[in-house]
Design a protein around this ligand. Structure first.
Ligand SMILES: [Fe+2]
Ligand SMILES: [Fe+2]
Length: 286
């Protein structure tokens, strides 16, 4: 039996949204009929109510086909206003301000989990804006970079404990732990600690986005190693020379296959690259 998960990211409802690609994505979801659709953040561009409403409408349409799990991205968090609130620049204190719109329109849970027949996905919120765990000396990354907090790891551990012990353990975060080939940027401030914690939890696969360039990596954090699926963006915010894409993960008892589906004008999304890993997570073909 195959467990198929569609991994999509960085839809960026708002100006960067590409309607033809969004419609084609909906068609692909209906054709592929996955066991779940995993959305690794950046649903909006400017975190506005209107963008969230549109994103929520799209998620509702795909929930008719498959269960959806989603985590916030840095674009879905009102961190600048939250800082202004915490500095007392407004008369009324509003706790939880940062995620209020995300929670209202998308999900109350920032660290959700979803159990499938042969896999369990635990989402961890890595989008915290400027916060102690996400501080960086790179000015342009302030508020952009993310981190995996201890609380998120605890929630993931709980989800894994509750699940069938034979289920493949999958983590979903927004920020890319592996440096982007074109961007040259890491998404996470605490990559090494996070990957070591994932390996310690028996995680086989990490789903992420944020870099807007698709990539499949195998990292040897332990003997078993970790597979990292970075989904590209569906939006117009493309890296030079890249096309929109999403990844499809297929898990059987012995293997995990990840195929990247790339946008082709007039044809829609078509499989362009396949990576296969043994469930011991050692790649044996590409
Ligand atoms: Fe993004
Ligand atoms: Fe992002």
């Amino acid at each position: 039996m195959v467990t198929r998960i569609m991994h999509i990211s960085d839809l960026h409802f708002g100006r960067p949204l590409a309607m033809s690609r969004l419609n084609a994505l909906g068609e692909s979801i209906r054709e592929l009929r996955p066991a779940a659709v995993a959305v690794s953040g950046d649903l909006t561009q400017r975190c506005t109510e209107h963008e969230f409403e549109r994103a929520a409408g799209f998620l509702a349409s795909i929930r008719k086909v498959a269960p959806v799990i989603v985590v916030p991205g840095n674009h879905d968090v009102r961190w600048m206003w939250a800082i202004a609130h915490s500095l007392g620049l407004f008369r009324r204190r509003r706790p939880g301000f940062k995620y209020r719109r995300y929670r209202r329109h998308i999900s109350r849970e920032l660290n959700p989990s979803l159990e499938l027949s042969k896999a369990v996905i635990a989402g961890i919120n890595t989008a915290h804006g400027i916060s102690r765990g996400s501080l960086t000396r790179r000015i342009r990354d302030l508020g952009v970079i993310g981190h995996v907090p201890r609380r998120g790891l605890e929630k993931a551990r709980e989800a894994f404990r509750r699940a069938d012990p034979g289920a493949a353990r999958i983590i979903m975060i927004h920020h890319n732990p592996i440096r982007g080939e074109i961007s040259g940027r890491h998404g996470l401030a605490n990559t090494e600690e996070a990957l070591a914690a994932f390996a310690d939890m028996g995680v086989e696969l990490v789903l992420c986005g944020h870099d807007h360039q698709e990539a499949i990596h195998h990292v040897e954090t332990t003997e078993r190693g970790l597979v990292i699926s970075t989904a590209g963006t569906i939006s117009n915010r493309l890296r030079a020379g890249r096309r929109s894409s999403f990844n499809v993960v297929e898990i059987t008892d012995g293997e995990m296959e990840i195929s990247t589906h790339t946008w082709e004008r007039m044809k829609g999304f078509r499989p362009s690259m396949v990576h296969t890993f043994r469930r011991s997570a050692v790649p044996h073909s590409a």
